[in-house]
Design a protein around this ligand. Sequence first.
Ligand code: FAD
Ligand code: SF4
Ligand code: SF4
Length: 492
Amino acid sequence: MKTPEMIEKEAKDILSSLPETLTPKERAAIPHMDMPSQSPEVRIRNMSEVALGYTEDEALVEASRCLQCRNKPCINGCPVGIDIPAFIHKITERDYRGALSVIQETSLLPSICGRVCPQESQCQKFCTVGKILGDVDKAVGIGRLERFVADHEADNVEVPETAPSTGMKVAVIGSGPASIACAADVRRAGHDVTVFEALHKLGGVLSYGIPEFRLPKRLVEKEISKLEKMGIKFEKNVLVGRTRTIKELMEEDGYDAVFVGTGAGLPKFMHIPGEDLVSVFSANEYLTRSNLMKAYDTDASLTPFFHSHRVAVFGGGNVAMDAARTALRLGAEHVDIIYRRSREEMPARKEEIEHAVEEGCNLLLLSQPVEIVGDENGIVTGVVIRKCELGEPDASGRRSPVEIPGSDYTVPYDTVIVSIGNASNPLIKKTTPEIETNRRGNFIVNEETCETSMKGVYAGGDIVLGAATVILAMGQGRKAAAAINRYLEEKK
Ligand code: FAD
Ligand code: SF4
Ligand code: SF4
């Protein structure tokens, strides 16, 4: 693994030898800049961010790899349609403020999306350089450049202007990325916006789910403080559906429209024997205790935490990687990630899997947990695992796991973290039956406007899409905001 110093030297050497003009072939041949990172041995002993971000020289080299393609294929891969070649061109001119302005035309959270977007399956997947080199990992590092611009200009971000007050009120339920995006755009149009959040901290999964070592919480706090400066009000510890229903918000409290961005925070379980033992956690609970309630900071936090030695994490997505890497940082000596398909089918980002493995997590692939066993005190002592092989592709297009009879074996663990997916919380659905949902409990909305079956109520993000991504949630929040602004204009 290259050290940050080695990468910086490489960047300086390349920059000093770059000619004024380059042919597309020469540009594509410029080496891809690695992301400087903390070394695995160091980072598993702290909660600080793993990826350190490009220096200016590194960003300039990476930006110079962009061919400025006329047909801009990368933009088609970005759910919010950032003008990628335009912002990268501004970087090559060292106009970082200009680059940020281009990004902010369509994206509100570049410092966050630049870090957590699954770029390899979105913008970078379509990049011509990646295609020429036959390797999506060698595409222009669009996300890394976006993060560089956002970090470089962190102190120059302006609070968006808001139109004069319209006197109309909008309630936004939840404070994750879908709600943040919606609240900002509705407020810009001059409407009065109040965000109701069930938890005592704002930011949704950005605060309670994604760990500090991938997404520093100061960035989320900064975004929220920008919204506060725009005049958006926040009410924490309000569980809509219990504290107030949507109907009460509209009929008694005078809200003219409502946006629901309550996410998919209800963990799924495997329903196997032993799942009710004491040291079995959902990844949600495990990560919330660590991230939101700072269980890792034993000097400053009283949050109780289970001290694990051998941990089994069930699942192969980003959430499973986050839980496994958190367990290591909290002192576990051995962490196995148990997944029923092969590494190729794992839904987690490639980079996250690589980071987890570098840090010492083991991948137990083609393995299905069938039972959790415990001692007389109800504490986990092990997991019975059944071997699998890959069969025919299923509805998702991935080859399905087929269990091998008679292949069961038991591995000792003292902790199990179940991370096999999340569903939406049924509370609002139960208290507001007017809102139509599908069989998974997700809200059904008009694709163009994000309006639900209840007039004046809009929804977006994971509550509609199921567990999706930050940028998709944000995209829906913005779409809903545009529709809410039109609706309120007509209602005036
Ligand atoms: P959320 O972020 O879930 O926010 C919903 C908010 O609503 C929460 O704060 C919740 O407390 C609140 N709420 C719920 N019910 C109520 C109620 N009744 N009343 C009031 N408030 C309520 N995506 C990526 O793009 N990249 C990643 O690397 C990535 N990693 C992830 C890692 C983890 C551990 C998890 C859990 C998810 C990850 N995701 C990732 C997915 C991404 O975070 C979500 O798709 C995104 O946050 C969804 O945004 P949202 O606004 O719809 O909901
Ligand atoms: Fe790529 Fe995400 Fe940025 Fe869009 S927002 S350009 S998908 S990193
Ligand atoms: Fe640049 Fe790649 Fe987009 Fe072409 S596809 S403009 S090379 S980022």
